[in-house]
Design a protein around this ligand. Structure first.
Ligand SMILES: [Zn+2]
Length: 341
């Protein structure tokens, strides 16, 4: 188990109801499904509840300007709710409490906000959560497929570490840090250990996965970058979003990115495949609602996309997408060969 550092975190049941008795007047940014589970348990209603959704600067600033005065903001739900709450906390200087609804949400453990900007992602802000409340009832109420998809932002260490090594050898971006790079492997080992617990719906799988996210969030801040955890698998995800104008659950999209990019890196793609399967994560294109044509178009876009957005150097910068590469990716995603299409 990872000995995690980072924001104070509590695991248990009915945690927000307990907190709400002592909170000053508060605001909530929430996704509707988890909010419907939590709201009836609260002893005192918030001053306002905002739906999470839009992460453009314009929208966030509109919220900062128009929400009523309050002493605290609480994010309830997925990454968008966490990031919106972080922005309001940072701009207003009010207390921040986070109640993630899925163990995929590392946004509650990171300090910057992932703004959506001109088809890309830009990190800004500096938020420090007073505490993160991991409500195990809320996690249990979530779609199990989305809970298991929470592996994505830890599994990403597999491809990210490889990209970082590649970049460092070329003297690009952030210099190699042996300790952080060793932690990439420690997180993967931990993920491999907890994967069967996650598949079985065991609270301990959720707890251990969240502790990985917590330590990763802490390390990103300490190190000043996320190269040990973010590389071409995320860039694949961003390119997919830019290309299709939509997204799927972040952890599932990143997991797909790891399966695809580890194959193109020639970087032991069997290991992330083994972990994803042990966790019971969805990786089939049909069950994810993604078509092969979208994957292929994303791969063709990727090299130009990372250059245009100035993303960290990775295998994507010199990617050649020929028939052989496409065949390898098809096989990694179990799409079947071209002959069967
Ligand atoms: Zn991510």
């Amino acid at each position: 188990m990872i000995d995690a550092r980072g924001f104070p975190t509590r695991y248990g049941r009915g945690l927000l109801a307990e907190l709400a008795t002592s909170l000053p007047d508060y605001l909530v940014v929430a996704h509707p499904e988890p909010w419907a589970v939590v709201a009836p348990t609260l002893p005192r209603a918030p001053l306002a509840v905002v739906d999470a959704g839009d992460l453009t600067r314009e929208h966030l600033e509109h919220l900062v300007a128009t929400l009523p005065d309050a002493g605290a903001i609480v994010g309830v739900g997925g990454g968008t709710a966490m990031d919106t709450a972080k922005w309001i906390h940072w701009r207003r200087g009010i207390e921040l409490h986070q109640v993630p609804s899925l163990p995929s949400v590392n946004a509650c453990f990171t300090r910057m906000v992932a703004l959506r900007d001109a088809g890309g992602v830009r990190y800004e802000g500096d938020a420090v959560a007073q505490q993160v409340l991991v409500d195990l009832d809320l996690m249990a109420a979530a779609d199990p497929a989305l809970v298991r998809g929470g592996i994505g932002d830890v599994l990403s260490c597999h491809t990210a570490r490889h990209d970082w090594e590649l970049a460092a050898a070329l003297g690009r971006d952030h210099p190699w840090d042996a300790q952080a790079a060793a932690m990439s492997l420690a997180y993967l080992d931990e993920l491999e250990g907890l994967a069967p617990l996650l598949a079985a719906g065991d609270d301990d799988g959720v707890r251990r996965l969240m502790e990985c996210h917590r330590d990763i969030g802490w390390r990103c801040h300490e190190l000043g970058h996320a190269r040990f955890e973010e590389g071409s698998e995320h860039f694949f995800a961003y390119a997919f979003e830019a290309l299709t104008g939509r997204t799927i659950m972040h952890g599932e999209l990143v997991t797909m990115g790891v399966l695809v990019m580890s194959t193109l890196q020639g970087n032991d793609p069997d290991r992330p495949r083994r972990i994803a399967d042990a966790a019971g994560a969805r990786t089939g294109l049909a069950e994810l609602g993604v078509t092969w044509d979208e994957v292929e178009a994303t791969l063709r876009l990727l090299r130009g996309y990372v250059a245009e957005h100035g993303l960290w150097w990775s295998v994507a910068n010199e990617l050649v997408i020929d028939d052989e590469a496409l065949e390898d990716v098809r096989s990694a995603l179990r799409v079947g060969s071209r002959a069967w299409r």
